[in-house]
Write a protein of this length. Structure first.
Length: 345
């Protein structure tokens, strides 16, 4: 029986007269891929053109560059908001170094910020297992609590901008945890497409996809507990996206300490890869679907970010993402998988 998952790649090329080769004709290849779930396309071209730039992390701690940081322990008490008493009677909640607070500039009804560390500048290698476990378990416990208080908001998500190239406005490590009715276009497109696939095939897209990826051995990286790690067939970032799917957890209520442990273990592997690859910045999402469904499992995505250069700090997002809403990636997911896999061995 043929697969229900269609990994469609449109390979194409462009020919020009090359000034580097005495104007001889040169052929450059590129690809357009169609996401097997949502049907949305992504471009793959300009292969290998961008390398992640080294950030001068020490400079972020220097007076003048650092500026005022509300998340540093000495400012936190006076500069950060508190939750209303129905959420946390003490106003904030902490675990280890992690502290969760409301966002002073909320994006949604329940829009929290989780300060991950006491230190202002934390290199990737200094995210210990304990620091990550404390952050994720506190953030997820917050979302579970919000769900009991306000079940009218069906979707939950965690996001993380790490370091300035990712769009992070504050260097001090912090994540966002949202309960929302409007989790964004990507979330909703995936949710609707997952439901449609389930109706058509009476199967869960994500499990089918994992099975197919395991068979193909092109993008499947490995399994930790019941979490499955792979490179994304269509990538949102220049340097390729890594995914983790938890096929036995669907809503925030299903996400246990074991899931958190598996997530953090995989992230630590990715962080070791990022160290070796010179990645200094990334974006992260973790999606939790609504309750009472069995077709849209919790899943995680991480994608590196970089300035194109540190001469004029050109960002790695351009018209493609901002006005065409089309991702462009400069590495092939199959190559990314090959590079990351040894870190999961
Ligand atoms: Zn700080």
């Amino acid at each position: 029986m043929s697969s229900k998952i269609d990994f469609q790649i449109i390979k194409s090329e462009s020919v020009f007269l090359d000034p580097r080769k005495s104007y001889e004709p040169t052929t450059m290849e590129f690809q357009v891929r169609v996401d097997p779930l949502t049907g949305r396309t992504g471009h793959f071209s300009h292969f290998g053109a961008v390398k992640p730039q080294k950030l001068d992390l020490e400079s972020y701690d220097q007076t003048g560059i650092k500026g005022f940081c509300p998340f540093c322990p000495k400012n936190r008490e006076k500069a950060t908001p508190k939750f209303t008493k129905d959420i946390f009677t003490a106003g904030r909640s902490s675990r280890g170094e992690a502290t969760i607070i409301p966002n002073l500039f909320p994006y949604d009804v329940h829009s929290s910020v989780l300060i991950m560390t006491d230190e202002h500048v934390v290199p990737i290698r200094n995210f210990s297992k304990q620091r990550l476990l404390d952050a994720f378990s506190l953030g997820i416990e917050f979302l579970k609590k919000i769900h009991t208080i306000d079940s009218s908001l069906p979707y939950h998500l965690m996001t993380w901008n790490y370091m300035p190239p990712s769009g992070g406005g504050i260097v001090h490590p912090h994540q966002q945890y949202f309960a929302t009715a409007y989790p964004g276009n990507q979330f909703m497109d995936e949710l609707r497409a997952s439901e449609k696939f389930h109706q058509q095939h009476d199967k869960m897209f994500w499990l089918e996809c994992i099975g197919e990826e395991q068979k193909r051995e092109e993008r499947y990286i490995g399994q930790i507990g019941n979490s499955h790690w792979l490179s994304s067939f269509v990538c949102f970032g220049f340097l390729g996206d890594l995914l983790c799917v938890f096929p036995d957890a669907f809503s925030i209520d299903d996400f246990t300490d074991t899931h958190i442990d598996n997530l953090v273990s995989g992230m630590l592997n990715i962080f070791r890869y990022y160290e070796s690859a010179g990645v200094y910045s990334f974006n992260v999402s973790l999606f939790f679907g609504p309750v009472e469904q069995n077709f849209f499992p919790c899943h995680f995505r991480i994608t590196p970010r970089t300035f194109l250069n540190i001469r004029d700090f050109a960002p790695d997002m351009n018209f493609f993402q901002t006005v065409l809403a089309e991702p462009i990636c400069l590495v092939l997911p199959e190559e990314l998988c090959r590079e990351v896999k040894p870190f999961f061995a």
